[in-house]
Design a protein around this ligand. Structure first.
Ligand code: PXL
Length: 283
């Protein structure tokens, strides 16, 4: 199999693992080429740190895309995450329209918030713009907070306690079955945490889970979506990819043990992820 290639449109937060500092090593460990399109450079992420620096790279997005286009670069997936402005989202939509082809999967992690609250840089207009961007996706990977924001629903109304509740919200997020959904943070039993997946190609809904490790760990959503993306371009099915993402994220949280704003200590386990993806593919 040729090395799959992914365009990753995320920020580079230099300290406190998230976005590109997770996306690049994770995809590389899975045998996938990551071509970063950095939206901004920050000293740290914005959750749990104050006074971060912020270098906006919006003006670079179109010139980089034009150069790639002129060079004939083709991607197996476009994978997007945290955005800093509506303008970045509009340019990301242009990038997707420009590089989309029938075998290019558009994976949009609509990073906007957690635990019922939008991240401090997200305005209501940005949340609406993210919902618009997500209309271009083949796969979206919201958590419960982001599901509420995408659907303009009250967070308290999004119940994910029973299989039928999960199916219902997953279906609502699929926009009439036009896109696949991996709704993260589903916990049907106290000891398990995972996701519900709706696959728009098969029409099937599946549940995946792994051990719940108590505590809140920064960057788990980015790690989950990065593993999912790597697995999808390695031709795993949606539920297989989501199961690998849930298991690996749980393993990293267990390895670390201490919840922390610096993100999960995932580096020592990356070799295992590389091994898992090879085993899955040969199974
Ligand atoms: O993990 C999501 C994320 C990505 N990038 C930046 C963030 C966050 C969440 O806080 O602040 C800059």
């Amino acid at each position: 199999m040729p090395v799959p290639r992914v365009a990753a449109i995320h920020d580079l937060s230099c300290f406190g693992r998230c976005s590109l500092t997770i996306v690049i090593p994770t995809l590389s460990a899975m045998g996938v080429q990551c071509c970063p399109l950095p939206t901004a450079c920050l000293s740290t992420h914005t959750g749990g740190f104050q006074n971060n620096t912020f270098l906006d790279l919006t003006a670079q997005l179109e010139p980089i895309a034009s150069h790639w286009k002129a060079e004939g670069v083709i991607f197996d997936a476009v994978y997007t995450g945290f955005m800093s402005s509506q303008e970045q989202m509009a340019l990301t939509a242009d990038f997707i329209r420009n590089f989309k082809h029938p075998n290019c999967q558009i994976i949009i992690d609509p990073v906007m918030g957690d635990h019922g609250t939008p991240y401090r840089t997200y305005t209501p207009a940005m949340c609406r713009a993210m919902a618009e961007l997500a209309s271009l996706a083949d796969v979206i990977t919201p958590n419960r907070t982001e599901a509420a924001l995408l659907l303009s629903e009250n967070y308290e109304n999004i119940h994910l306690d029973t299989e039928s509740d999960c199916r219902r919200w997953c279906e609502a997020l699929s926009a009439g079955g036009r896109r696949s959904v991996v709704l993260k943070g589903v916990s049907l039993t106290p000891e398990a945490l995972g996701a519900v997946c709706f696959d728009h190609k098969t029409g099937q809904t599946d549940f995946v889970s792994a051990s719940r490790i108590p505590g809140q760990f920064h960057g788990t959503g980015d790690l989950f979506a990065s593993v999912l993306t790597g697995a999808l371009v390695k031709n795993l099915s949606l539920p297989e990819a989501a199961q690998l993402a849930a298991s690996f994220t749980s393993d990293c949280a267990r390895y670390q043990g201490t919840p922390c704003r610096e993100g999960l200590d995932f580096e020592p386990l990356l070799w295992r992820l590389g091994k898992s993806i090879e085993e899955e593919r040969h199974a």
